[in-house]
Design a binder for this molecule. Structure first.
Ligand code: NDP
Length: 292
């Protein structure tokens, strides 16, 4: 028998989650701060409850998908003890610290907590294209994994409820770090009078052809603390950085990141690691504060 599911929050993403559960035949209960936004789901067969506590009490599995952590805090306070003996899966994007504190509140009320992150468009929910990361109560995840897998490709990272948020922030963050570098480079390409779209097309091909191996090699090198020449030895890469920085400067294009790369490479070479790869720069990237 399919597990009845409650969805708290029927914005764009919450509605997509609730719609998928309805389509798969679950009994679905919903609550949203603004009732009118739930109307299409109610028309499709979902049940409405007027408060988060009543909605949470209606199902053994309670999925939360709200705008941000502040909204989650408000709604959790309204749920309170109604989560007793239920599982709360929070799919709102947030920080590891927030996930850990939400977990302790929910377990304090007698519920079990699973945190999650969604890497997908609402329109992809319900297909393999949607990627979801989960962490927190292992028994709760195991119990509800078949239901959560209906939403997309699901991966469980461990008992620490913060791990799903770590994965989410790291994936999204690595993407933005790459893309801001691309945008600065497109400024350079355009300033030189070349075709930016054609360049982007060729760079996309370079990413496909060469970068997966480099990314995996760097991951392994960092894990092992052993840095074979990846893009070549640093002693050969470092002098090239002068040209890259100078080219940007000559055009008035931002060189902040390229200068950082050059300084880190030069520091590694100066410390006697010129025969190693770029990955060795990792040794210089120590957290300055907070826990490692
Ligand atoms: P929406 O803006 O469409 O919906 C936000 C929801 O949060 C609404 O249900 C809204 O209620 C509710 N809400 C906001 N503040 C409060 C509050 N203080 N108290 C109670 N409810 C509140 O956002 P999405 O559905 O798109 O996003 C939801 C989550 O999904 C976010 O964490 C987002 O990062 C994540 N996500 C979204 C993606 C997307 O493409 N949309 C992609 C990947 C992740 P009301 O209707 O009353 O305003």
């Amino acid at each position: 028998p399919l597990v009845p599911v409650t969805v708290l929050g029927t914005g764009a993403m919450g509605s997509a989650l609730a719609r998928t559960f309805l389509d798969r035949g679950h009994a679905v209960t919903v609550w949203n701060r603004t009732e009118s936004k739930a109307a299409p789901l109610l028309a499709a067969g979902a049940a409405w409850r007027p408060t988060p506590a009543e909605a949470a009490a209606a199902s053994p599995l309670v999925v939360v998908c709200l705008l941000d952590q502040t909204a989650v805090d408000d709604v959790l306070a309204a749920v309170g003890g109604a989560i007793d003996r239920r599982v709360l899966v929070n799919l709102t994007s947030g920080s590891p610290a927030h996930a850990r504190s939400a977990a302790s509140r929910v377990t304090g009320w007698g519920g079990e907590y699973v945190d999650g992150g969604i890497m997908a468009d609402p329109s992809d929910i319900g297909s393999d294209r949607a990627r979801l990361s989960f962490s927190g109560s292992r028994t709760a995840y195991d119990t509800h994994e078949p239901t959560l897998r209906e939403l997309g490709t699901a991966v469980y990272y461990g008992d620490d409820p913060g791990l799903a948020a770590v994965e989410f922030l790291a994936q999204v963050g690595a993407g933005y770090e790459l893309l801001i570098g691309l945008l600065h480079t497109l400024r350079l390409v355009q300033t030189e009078g070349a075709d930016v779209a054609a360049f982007a097309e060729r760079f996309a091909q370079s990413l496909e052809d060469g970068y997966p191996q480099v990314v995996r090699a760097i991951g392994k090198a960092v894990r092992d603390g052993d840095y074979p020449p990846d893009l070549g030895p640093l002693s050969v890469q470092a002098p090239l950085m002068d040209d890259l920085v100078a080219h940007r400067r000559s055009l008035g294009v931002d060189d902040t990141r390229m200068t950082e790369v050059r300084e880190l490479m030069n520091a590694r070479v100066a410390a006697g690691h010129g025969d190693e790869g770029l990955a060795g720069v990792f040794e210089l990237l120590r957290p300055e504060k907070g826990s490692a």
